[in-house]
Design a protein around this ligand. Structure first.
Ligand code: ATP
Ligand code: MG
Length: 573
């Protein structure tokens, strides 16, 4: 590719809208442009990278025996009604109507369509197991699209769906996909971790996420320093070893005027915040009059509620919803900030760590007052103990081995065992050898193809630009010709080398713009082309061309006639 005939689209200035380095560099290197919130054009250089990532994914998927197909973005709403997700999915699901008022959705994922395909096309148990995949556009009306393509509304996903006669076969394919994902992310040069994960809106009962370690990540992952335990914080169970102290002085009332938070109350009462109870009111189920049951969740004042774990407690809203201030005041007579379990008339859930507290303070269910020297059982006779809090740095690992550490991660992929959730709801059955019809076991497996690129840049860059892992580079080599207009020998040598490399199948960006050398260099380094060749009058006089390795910065001079072979040698490795 000649730069003079290419749409390079690099930017010199840092775009103000980009909060993370990958977004900034993707804009500056001319990979993407936003056309609406969370919706992007992939410019030619970006598309080249995208194709590289897709190629690696396809190769590894095909190796496992998975078969590629392509499903539509626009999907009939009725299919989503069959699975029960039309109502359940919430506002992320973009709903639309055609001119005849037929209802459709833009696919945020494709379980419904693939199950509809499978129930028509897979007739016999002998066809199983079968794993079908596509690389295709998804739309999710994300509440907070951000960080460029890291959290877009329209994005590209590789999604695979497997079908099985029994659970053992599903487990086998799940493991194959787990291994294929590890191979894909290793080939793409990413530092990643598979972690145990929640199944969210997709459903199912067993899942792993593949997380790229990066500070810009929106997920928190935890792992043990003494075993291979690793999980998304959403899933990580807490283990408590502390003993509850014996009750002391009787419970009494203390004025805490103007205190609305745990920290304010702790300060007013002269207590550390871990001696003050945090009482949060969440919604349970709705009764016949349409009112929600209100349930209290109690935590140590310095710890955080884990909404995913809480949502799984029977009887709680899932996804978890908090009660409104109005609902709270109606029910307790006090505002949030003055709430506590003593005398609370609803269900009380106590986190495992809070259960070990004694002689603590909590809101008095009366504005401006707290209770001190409160004790479970003595002052709060009825409560349930559950695992409600986020694990913290240094907590015991749930497998009993070692301590937990927290890191930020970018979720680039997730694998799920779905079981029969969709096949039962939508009637995707096969006949077994006895002629009985059996709903198929299913698995599903996603990779955020566009997000992978942002994640790779988060891990591989310097202050001059992107440093692509070899498998993702948009071009292998950049040829920079210095003042070819002034020096015909430079022009001829560059043209010849360009032709030679192209003929050998090397992907070259040949900068023939006759620009200032600094400009051409800056562009090559910003785009992150791994191998940079500079052809200038001075070194040519000695029969040489300069080579620079983008990753290490190492430079060396190579004889003109050896350069093509030299580069090919580099690319083979
Ligand atoms: P997240 O928790 O980040 O919202 P998710 O768990 O809802 O993602 P999945 O349904 O597991 O996403 O989708 C499979 C993959 O698609 C994810 O692992 C992620 O890499 C990618 N992905 C999901 N949502 C987005 C998005 N809004 N923008 C870009 N990629 C996304
Ligand atoms: Mg996920």
């Amino acid at each position: 590719m000649r730069t003079s005939k290419y749409l390079l689209s690099t930017l010199k200035e840092n775009p103000a809208e980009a909060a993370v380095v990958s977004h900034r560099l993707m804009l500056r290197a001319g990979l993407i442009r936003q056309i609406a919130s969370g919706i992007y054009t992939w410019l030619p250089t970006g598309l080249r990278v995208l194709h590289k990532v897709e190629a690696v994914i396809r190769e590894e998927m095909n190796k496992t025996g998975a078969i590629e197909l392509s499903m539509p973005v626009v999907q009939p709403a009725d299919l989503w009604r069959e699975s029960g997700r039309y109502e359940k999915y919430g506002p992320e699901l973009c709903r639309l109507k055609d001119r005849k008022h037929n209802e459709f959705v833009l696919g945020p994922t494709h379980e419904e369509v693939i199950t509809a395909i499978a129930r028509r096309e897979i007739k016999s148990a002998r066809q199983l197991p079968m794993n079908l995949y596509q690389i295709q556009t998804k739309f999710r009306d994300e509440i907070r699209p951000r960080f460029g393509v890291m959290r877009g509304r329209e994005f590209l996903m590789k999604d695979a769906y497997s079908f099985h006669l029994d659970h053992a076969s599903l487990e086998e394919t799940y493991q194959d996909m787990y291994d294929a994902y590890s191979a894909i992310f290793t080939r793409l040069g990413l530092d990643f971790r598979p972690v145990e994960a929640d199944t969210g809106a997709i459903g199912g009962n067993h899942s792993h996420e593949f997380q790229v370690l990066a500070d810009a990540g929106e997920d928190t992952i935890v792992f043990s320093d003494a075993s291979d335990y690793a999980a998304n914080i959403e899933m990580a169970e807490t283990i408590e070893t502390a003993e509850r102290p014996a009750p002391g002085a009787a419970c009494s009332r203390a004025a805490t005027p103007g205190c609305h938070s745990v920290d304010e109350a702790a300060k007013a009462l002269g207590l550390p915040s871990d001696q003050v109870l945090k009482s949060l009111i969440v919604r349970g189920e709705r009764n016949e009059e349409g009112r929600y049951e209100l349930i209290m969740c109690c935590l140590k004042g310095n710890q955080e509620l884990n909404e995913i774990k809480a949502g799984k407690v029977p009887g709680l809203s899932n996804p978890l919803e908090f009660a409104t201030d109005e609902e709270i005041t109606d029910f307790t007579g006090a505002a949030p900030g003055s709430l506590g379990p003593v005398g609370f008339k609803g269900r009380i859930l106590v986190d495992r760590a809070a259960d070990r507290m004694g002689n603590f303070a909590c809101g008095a269910n009366e504005n401006g007052f707290h209770l001190i020297n409160v004790n479970w059982d003595r002052d709060v006779p009825k409560y349930e103990v559950c695992d409600l809090r986020n694990v913290e740095e240094g907590d015991l690992s749930p497998d009993g081995k070692g301590r937990l550490h927290l890191r930020k991660g970018i979720e680039v992929g997730q694998v799920f065992m779905l079981g029969k959730k969709y096949s039962e709801a939508m009637g995707a059955v096969v006949m077994d050898e006895n002629g009985a019809s059996i709903p198929m076991e299913m698995g599903c497996y996603g990779i955020g193809v566009t997000r992978v690129i942002a994640a790779a840049i988060e891990q591989h860059h310097d202050d001059r630009g992107i440093i692509w892992p070899d498998a993702m580079a948009p071009f292998d080599v950049s040829i920079i010709a210095i003042k070819p207009g002034r020096c015909p020998q430079v022009h001829e040598t560059a043209e010849k080398l360009y032709a030679q490399l192209e003929a050998a199948g090397v992907e070259v960006l040949y900068d023939d713009r006759d620009e200032r050398p600094g400009v051409m260099f800056a562009d090559a380094e910003l785009i992150g082309i791994p191998h940079i060749i500079t052809i200038g009058e001075k070194s040519l006089a000695a029969g040489e061309i300069e080579y620079k390795d983008r990753r290490t910065g190492a430079k060396e001079n190579v004889k003109v006639e050896d350069m093509a072979a030299f580069i090919q040698g580099k690319l083979k490795r």
